[in-house]
Ligand binder design. Structure first.
Ligand code: GLU
Length: 431
């Protein structure tokens, strides 16, 4: 896996130094958090359907496991690189601490465009990756999950492969599995739902009337779709959405269930209104992903990839509130400019933490062998998101800092306390 884009990890950990000022933890804890615990790079030979052999590059990073087994998704993407996986694993460490679930952070990736592979090739690749990393993962060691371009079926193949290698049914090694293979109800919409619960809290602070609030969403994958669906149901006006090919805009708002229906039927984003399965086109402007970010809306939701809001376009962002469903959509420089402009950014490590939170519920259910109804999953997720949003908001107000720095402060305090519980130089010097 290539080392290009070295700055994304360096940029990610810059946020630590800022939060350190407010977290009141030992400097040794901070030092520990600047490096990943382990980085595994593997080659995965795959027999292709035409009989040829292709060797794919993959990696798994275990960033920090002080608070529990490392946890985080596996990304399939042609551009994924090792610095990005390190950054994503670092964010997972902070994310799990923000929501207070007993995990550290990890992440994996394979350099591949899954759309170019047949289903059988995809299965062989997924099983091949697990064969290479089986010694480094496990229910008490490192627990993968879905991420960009991986899904429940891939998680099912991976769990099955791991169970075969260990000769023991081991559902808790991986989360985001299909329900019949030990997946949790409510995991599919958990990331979008977690972000929605954050907005519901902000709604109270700002006394918003949903029908007066406009929302633009960049990215119409799993998380973006579910977020849009829940917001639309509450009356928010979803005026723009996009996928990797571009976006659509209509100032009066879209009927989100129709957009989801059309996208699932045709794999394309279309401005439509559907009655049952009959859809008709509605007026809309075609916009680019870059234009979507700069729309004059109340809430902007980056729900696609990292590095979308940068020094270059940040001054043109008009939305007053940003809710980061993607991991790392804003660079650290852009971040400071947004904060100085008085915009409120619900940071990724809080806004998208619903996914890993329900992954945790899935792992708990697998270990207990006892499964919860969906209402219980929703209610437990809402309790956690509401509690942690409140804690981060209070830190923000107390220190008059950005919500991102507040979230890192919250995470750093929890991780720092765990590290300090094993002793720091202050403790050992006294011995
Ligand atoms: N890939 C998701 C994330 O970035 C989920 C990780 C998980 O469930 O472990 O948060």
């Amino acid at each position: 896996m290539s080392e290009s884009n070295g700055s994304i990890f360096e940029d990610a950990i810059k946020r630590l130094d800022k939060a350190f000022e407010y977290a009141n933890i030992d400097p040794e804890a901070l030092e520990k958090l600047k490096y990943p615990k382990a980085v595994f790079q593997v080659s995965i030979p795959v027999r292709m359907d035409d009989g040829s052999l292709r060797v794919f590059q993959g990696a798994r990073v275990r960033y920090n496991d002080t608070r529990g087994p490392t946890k985080g998704g596996i990304r399939y993407h042609p551009d994924v690189n090792i610095e990005e996986v390190k950054a994503l694993a670092f964010w997972m460490t902070c994310k799990c601490a923000v929501v207070g679930i007993p995990y550290g952070g990890g992440k994996g990736g394979i350099v591949v465009n899954p759309k170019e592979l047949s289903k059988l090739e995809l299965e062989r690749l997924s099983r091949g990756f697990i064969q290479q990393i089986a010694d480094f993962i496990g229910p008490e060691t490192d627990i993968p999950a879905p991420d960009v371009y991986t899904n429940a079926m891939i998680m099912g193949w991976m769990m099955d492969e791991y169970s075969k290698i260990k000769r023991q049914h081991t559902p808790a090694v991986i989360t985001g599995k299909p329900i019949p293979l030990g997946g949790s109800l409510g995991r599919d919409d958990a990331t979008g739902r977690g972000a929605y619960y954050c907005i519901k809290q902000l709604e109270k602070h700002r006394q918003w009337k949903p029908s007066e609030i406009t929302v633009a969403i960049q990215g119409f994958g799993n998380a973006g779709q579910h977020f849009a669906r829940l917001m639309h149901k509450d009356g928010y006006k979803i005026v723009a959405v996009s996928d990797s090919r571009g976006g659509i805009y209509n100032a009066t708002g879209f009927d989100v269930p129709s957009l989801i229906h059309a996208k699932n039927e045709t794999r394309q984003l279309k401005a439509v209104y559907c009655e049952g399965s009959v859809c008709e086109a509605v007026p809309a402007d075609t916009i680019t992903n870059a234009e979507l970010l700069e729309l004059d809306v109340d809430i902007l939701v980056p729900a696609a990839m990292e590095n979308q809001i940068t020094e270059e376009n940040v001054s043109r962002i008009k939305a007053g509130v940003l809710c980061e469903i993607a991991n790392g959509p804003t660079t650290s420089t852009a971040d400071e400019i947004l904060a100085a402009a008085g915009k409120l950014v619900i940071p990724d490590i809080l806004a998208n933490a619903g996914g890993v939170t329900v992954s945790y519920f899935e792992w708990v259910q697998n270990k207990a062998g006892y499964y919860w109804p969906v209402e219980e999953v929703h209610q437990k997720l809402e309790t956690i998101m509401t509690r942690e949003f409140g804690a981060v908001y209070a830190i923000m107000e107390q220190h008059k800092i950005s919500m991102r720095t507040a979230a890192y402060t919250h995470a750093l305090t929890r991780i720092g306390e765990a590290i300090a519980s094993q002793g720091t130089s202050t403790y050992f010097a006294k011995a």
